[in-house]
Design a protein around this ligand. Sequence first.
Ligand code: A3P
Length: 303
Amino acid sequence: MEPLDEFMYKYKGFHFIRDLSSPESIDALDSFEIRDDDVFIITYPKSGTIWTQNILSLIFHEGHRDGTENITLAERAPWLEYNTFHVDYRSRPSPRLFSSHLPYYLVPKGLQNGRAKIIYVFRNPKDVLVSAYHFAKIAPKIETPKDFDTFLERFLAGKGVCNLWLDHVEGWYAHKGDFSILFLSYEDMKKDLRSAVLKICSFLGKKLTQKELDDVVDKATFDNMKVDARANYTFMTPGIVDCSKGAFLRKGTVGDWKNMLTVAQNERFDRVFKERMEKLPFKFCWDIHEDSEPTFGSVEENV
Ligand code: A3P
């Protein structure tokens, strides 16, 4: 274990948040028992994790869909590596939902036998960067950014929590054959939420009625999640997410990076990232705004 700064430590090559985990808890994950019907949401931070948590909770739980139960997403799809709510994972009824930011090589060995299912959500890294910058200002467990330029350099060097975005995405994709995994882009979810929900249902073998599907899609929209206390992280303690400083569900748009990066910062980003990004099997569009006719990020092969 190597302390990195006041907030993070490095263990097995990965950057973890100090207060929320320990090397022992990470080691214990190696042999964590996986069930056939477990479902894992895996993301690099700020790629649409909470959104997918909500979608899965809505798909699996009628009480979440019809609003009769008050169970937060942190309880529904708890973090594998950060068990902040001290949930007893072993005694949870099936099907269990989990969330994780781990790289492919640190997840429980049982996952690699392909029995449980993984939904890997990725997002245009420039939007991830901007979202992460704003998030860092409301998250007391990670360093408050000095300024955007410094934050950008840290992101490009993979010095923040969860290391380099490229390594995370490339690693998971390169090892997709080890897992039962669905790759989904934030941009595709944004473009057509209904299709994304159907894709998830088909991957998980879940059949919903039209009414149930309508309810999932309706309750998973940004505007509805923003006012749903179970689904917007306002239930988090201020020590983890301080909602008095800003909303976790901040903007929820595609292409917000254009409002933040200067021309020079954008060029710098491209110099460092573009070559490896072009080799990724995902199509990314760098010039998208919701009101234009975009080619969104998708999982089609990049040929
Ligand atoms: P922004 O900061 O760009 O608004 P994560 O859960 O992985 O940390 O990702 C958080 C990002 O997903 C935030 O992005 C948040 O607003 C966005 N998000 C969450 N729910 C969403 C929804 N229903 N529709 C669109 N974006 C959503």
